[in-house]
Design a protein around this ligand. Structure first.
Ligand code: 4NP
Length: 154
Protein backbone atom coordinates (compact mmCIF):
# COMPACT_ATOMS: atom_id res chain seq x y z
CA UNK A 1 0.00 0.00 0.00
CA UNK A 2 1.20 3.49 -0.83
CA UNK A 3 0.86 6.15 1.86
CA UNK A 4 0.61 9.72 0.67
CA UNK A 5 2.01 12.73 2.53
CA UNK A 6 1.63 16.39 1.57
CA UNK A 7 3.63 19.15 3.29
CA UNK A 8 1.98 22.57 3.31
CA UNK A 9 3.03 26.11 4.28
CA UNK A 10 2.05 29.59 3.20
CA UNK A 11 4.16 30.03 0.08
CA UNK A 12 5.64 26.58 -0.70
CA UNK A 13 9.05 28.14 -1.21
CA UNK A 14 10.65 27.80 2.24
CA UNK A 15 9.31 25.42 4.91
CA UNK A 16 7.22 22.89 2.99
CA UNK A 17 9.77 22.18 0.22
CA UNK A 18 12.40 21.63 2.92
CA UNK A 19 10.02 19.28 4.77
CA UNK A 20 9.16 17.43 1.55
CA UNK A 21 12.83 17.07 0.60
CA UNK A 22 13.82 15.90 4.09
CA UNK A 23 10.98 13.38 4.28
CA UNK A 24 11.89 12.06 0.82
CA UNK A 25 15.51 11.60 1.83
CA UNK A 26 14.61 9.84 5.08
CA UNK A 27 12.31 7.32 3.38
CA UNK A 28 15.09 6.64 0.85
CA UNK A 29 17.53 6.01 3.70
CA UNK A 30 15.01 3.77 5.47
CA UNK A 31 14.42 1.80 2.26
CA UNK A 32 10.69 2.53 2.27
CA UNK A 33 10.46 5.11 -0.53
CA UNK A 34 8.38 2.72 -2.65
CA UNK A 35 5.68 2.86 0.03
CA UNK A 36 5.25 6.63 -0.11
CA UNK A 37 4.07 9.37 -2.43
CA UNK A 38 5.34 12.75 -1.20
CA UNK A 39 4.57 16.30 -2.35
CA UNK A 40 4.29 19.85 -1.02
CA UNK A 41 1.96 22.77 -1.66
CA UNK A 42 1.12 26.34 -0.67
CA UNK A 43 -1.95 27.82 0.94
CA UNK A 44 -1.53 30.94 -1.21
CA UNK A 45 -0.81 31.25 -4.91
CA UNK A 46 1.73 34.10 -4.89
CA UNK A 47 4.75 31.93 -5.69
CA UNK A 48 3.13 29.28 -7.92
CA UNK A 49 5.58 27.90 -10.46
CA UNK A 50 8.63 29.21 -8.62
CA UNK A 51 11.55 27.15 -7.30
CA UNK A 52 12.26 27.34 -3.56
CA UNK A 53 13.81 30.48 -2.05
CA UNK A 54 17.54 30.45 -2.84
CA UNK A 55 18.34 30.18 0.89
CA UNK A 56 16.21 27.03 1.12
CA UNK A 57 17.96 25.62 -1.94
CA UNK A 58 21.37 26.38 -0.41
CA UNK A 59 20.41 24.74 2.87
CA UNK A 60 19.29 21.58 1.06
CA UNK A 61 22.47 21.58 -1.05
CA UNK A 62 24.57 21.84 2.09
CA UNK A 63 22.90 18.61 3.22
CA UNK A 64 23.41 16.95 -0.18
CA UNK A 65 19.73 16.96 -1.01
CA UNK A 66 18.61 17.58 -4.59
CA UNK A 67 15.19 19.21 -4.89
CA UNK A 68 13.53 19.96 -8.21
CA UNK A 69 10.01 20.88 -7.11
CA UNK A 70 8.15 24.05 -7.99
CA UNK A 71 5.59 25.81 -5.83
CA UNK A 72 1.94 25.02 -6.35
CA UNK A 73 -1.24 25.93 -4.50
CA UNK A 74 -3.19 23.26 -2.64
CA UNK A 75 -6.41 22.10 -4.35
CA UNK A 76 -9.57 20.50 -2.98
CA UNK A 77 -8.56 17.19 -4.64
CA UNK A 78 -5.47 17.04 -2.42
CA UNK A 79 -7.69 16.36 0.59
CA UNK A 80 -8.99 13.21 -1.13
CA UNK A 81 -5.65 12.17 -2.61
CA UNK A 82 -3.37 12.47 0.44
CA UNK A 83 -3.57 10.45 3.68
CA UNK A 84 -1.58 12.99 5.71
CA UNK A 85 -1.41 16.74 5.19
CA UNK A 86 1.19 18.40 7.40
CA UNK A 87 1.03 22.09 8.33
CA UNK A 88 4.04 23.96 9.68
CA UNK A 89 2.27 26.27 12.16
CA UNK A 90 -1.12 26.78 13.80
CA UNK A 91 -2.23 29.19 11.09
CA UNK A 92 -1.56 26.58 8.42
CA UNK A 93 -3.57 24.05 10.41
CA UNK A 94 -6.62 26.29 10.83
CA UNK A 95 -6.53 27.27 7.15
CA UNK A 96 -6.21 23.63 6.08
CA UNK A 97 -9.08 22.57 8.34
CA UNK A 98 -11.19 25.40 6.95
CA UNK A 99 -10.47 24.33 3.38
CA UNK A 100 -10.92 20.55 3.84
CA UNK A 101 -13.99 19.41 1.88
CA UNK A 102 -16.38 17.38 4.07
CA UNK A 103 -15.88 13.62 3.94
CA UNK A 104 -12.34 13.67 2.52
CA UNK A 105 -9.80 11.33 4.08
CA UNK A 106 -6.75 13.51 4.76
CA UNK A 107 -5.56 13.72 8.36
CA UNK A 108 -4.38 17.26 9.03
CA UNK A 109 -1.37 17.18 11.33
CA UNK A 110 1.06 19.71 12.80
CA UNK A 111 4.48 18.45 11.69
CA UNK A 112 6.18 19.73 14.85
CA UNK A 113 3.94 17.53 17.00
CA UNK A 114 6.25 14.66 15.98
CA UNK A 115 9.45 16.41 17.09
CA UNK A 116 10.82 14.46 20.09
CA UNK A 117 12.32 17.77 21.27
CA UNK A 118 8.84 19.26 21.45
CA UNK A 119 9.41 22.26 19.17
CA UNK A 120 5.91 22.35 17.74
CA UNK A 121 6.17 25.28 15.33
CA UNK A 122 8.49 24.90 12.34
CA UNK A 123 10.62 28.03 12.08
CA UNK A 124 9.37 30.40 9.37
CA UNK A 125 12.59 31.91 7.98
CA UNK A 126 11.12 33.80 5.01
CA UNK A 127 11.51 37.29 6.46
CA UNK A 128 14.99 36.69 7.92
CA UNK A 129 17.93 38.56 6.45
CA UNK A 130 20.23 35.55 6.64
CA UNK A 131 19.99 31.77 6.22
CA UNK A 132 20.32 30.60 9.83
CA UNK A 133 16.58 30.11 10.21
CA UNK A 134 16.61 27.80 7.20
CA UNK A 135 19.10 25.49 8.90
CA UNK A 136 16.91 25.58 12.01
CA UNK A 137 13.86 24.73 9.89
CA UNK A 138 15.81 21.88 8.27
CA UNK A 139 16.85 20.40 11.63
CA UNK A 140 13.29 20.60 12.95
CA UNK A 141 12.04 18.81 9.82
CA UNK A 142 14.63 16.04 10.24
CA UNK A 143 13.53 15.39 13.84
CA UNK A 144 9.80 15.64 13.16
CA UNK A 145 9.81 13.51 9.97
CA UNK A 146 11.80 10.79 11.75
CA UNK A 147 9.44 11.08 14.73
CA UNK A 148 6.39 10.70 12.51
CA UNK A 149 7.83 7.66 10.70
CA UNK A 150 8.83 6.06 14.01
CA UNK A 151 5.34 6.58 15.40
CA UNK A 152 3.49 5.38 12.31
CA UNK A 153 5.52 2.21 12.13
CA UNK A 154 7.39 2.84 8.95
P1 4NP B 1 6.90 29.56 3.37
O1 4NP B 1 7.48 31.05 3.55
O2 4NP B 1 5.43 29.65 3.72
O3 4NP B 1 7.68 28.77 4.34
O4 4NP B 1 7.15 29.16 1.93
C1 4NP B 1 6.82 32.15 3.06
C2 4NP B 1 6.89 32.42 1.71
C3 4NP B 1 6.26 33.52 1.20
C4 4NP B 1 5.54 34.36 2.03
C5 4NP B 1 5.46 34.07 3.39
C6 4NP B 1 6.10 32.97 3.91
N1 4NP B 1 4.91 35.50 1.51
O5 4NP B 1 4.30 36.24 2.27
O6 4NP B 1 4.99 35.72 0.27
Amino acid sequence: MVNKALFVCLGNICRSPIAEAVFSQIIEERGIADRWKVDSAALGGWHSGNPPDSRAQNTLMEHNIVYNGRARQIEDEDFSEFDYIFGMDENNISNLKGQQPPGTKAKILLLGDFDPKGERIIRDPYYDNNSKGFEKCYQQCVRACNGFLDQYGN
